[in-house]
Design a protein around this ligand. Structure first.
Ligand code: C5P
Length: 237
């Protein structure tokens, strides 16, 4: 049997290229890839993607794009030229925007001669609750809005979604099995939950149907990040 691919994506939520690269060096052998978010990308620039790719590691560029379709399509093409393997767009940008993102990912990848990156739809930010959704004019509750945007993302041709651990089971029931689910909010029983309100441990999330686990503070803020990642990986065996 083929060994299971490593589903751990370590979030590099740090401010400098040096800190990020130290983590990449320590963690590369024990994780499946690295997530670059807004803080690192804005402070270190696109060069950080080149430097991590140069070490042979996969990159998930989590910039949560949300704009008119033409602008998102052009940003996605630029991300493909940077050679990222996953990226995010907001599903609330609508069908035309998501279709433009997926089409651009495929076209730019074909031009570059590489596989298209996985374009992931972000549904409802986990920081929003029913009240904050109502304030911005959404009448559905969070779980209905998540399901609505997830279905729209799949119908628009996206092949993956970001969701909270507690949404995995419901989404697996309504989405095609081929959709990849990427889940932050992973915590072990001995971890502090930080600002994550709805968590599962890594094994529970995989058993519920997660394809990838985004893990930040439990790894990068651990006294020994590599040992922390090894321990999480061992919990999945
Ligand atoms: O440190 P922690 O494990 O909570 O990091 C989770 C990562 O996943 C962070 O980079 C955070 O921005 C991201 N994320 C999240 N919740 C979402 C979407 C992304 O925690 N709904």
């Amino acid at each position: 049997m083929a060994p299971m691919r490593n589903p751990i994506l370590a979030a590099l939520d740090v401010a400098t290229a040096e800190h990020a690269l130290t983590l990449v060096q320590a963690l590369s052998p024990v994780v499946g890839g690295f997530k670059i978010g807004k803080e690192l990308f804005i402070s270190a620039g696109p060069d950080i993607v080149h430097r991590i790719r140069a070490q042979g590691a996969s990159v998930f560029l989590d910039l949560k794009l949300h704009d008119i379709p033409n602008t998102v399509a052009r940003a996605v093409a630029a991300a493909v030229r940077l050679d990222v393997q996953m990226l995010t767009v907001h599903s609330s940008g609508g069908t035309a925007m998501m279709q433009a993102a997926e089409e651009s990912a495929r076209a730019a990848a074909q031009k570059a001669g590489c596989p298209p990156p996985l374009v992931l739809g972000v549904t409802v930010l986990t920081s929003l609750d029913n009240r904050s959704l109502a304030e911005i004019g959404f009448t559905a509750d969070v779980s209905r809005q998540v399901e609505r945007l997830a279905s729209l993302a799949a119908q628009s041709g996206l092949r993956g979604l970001v969701c909270s651990p507690l949404e995995i089971t419901a989404l697996r029931q309504i989405l095609p099995a081929s959709i990849q689910l990427v889940t932050p909010g992973i915590r072990g029983s001995s971890d502090t939950s930080d600002d994550q309100k709805r968590t599962l441990n890594a094994r529970q999330a995989i058993e519920a149907g997660a394809s990838w686990l985004v893990i930040g503070r439990p790894i990068y803020a651990a006294p020994d990040p590599r040992a922390a990642a090894e321990q999480i990986l061992a919990s999945l065996a």
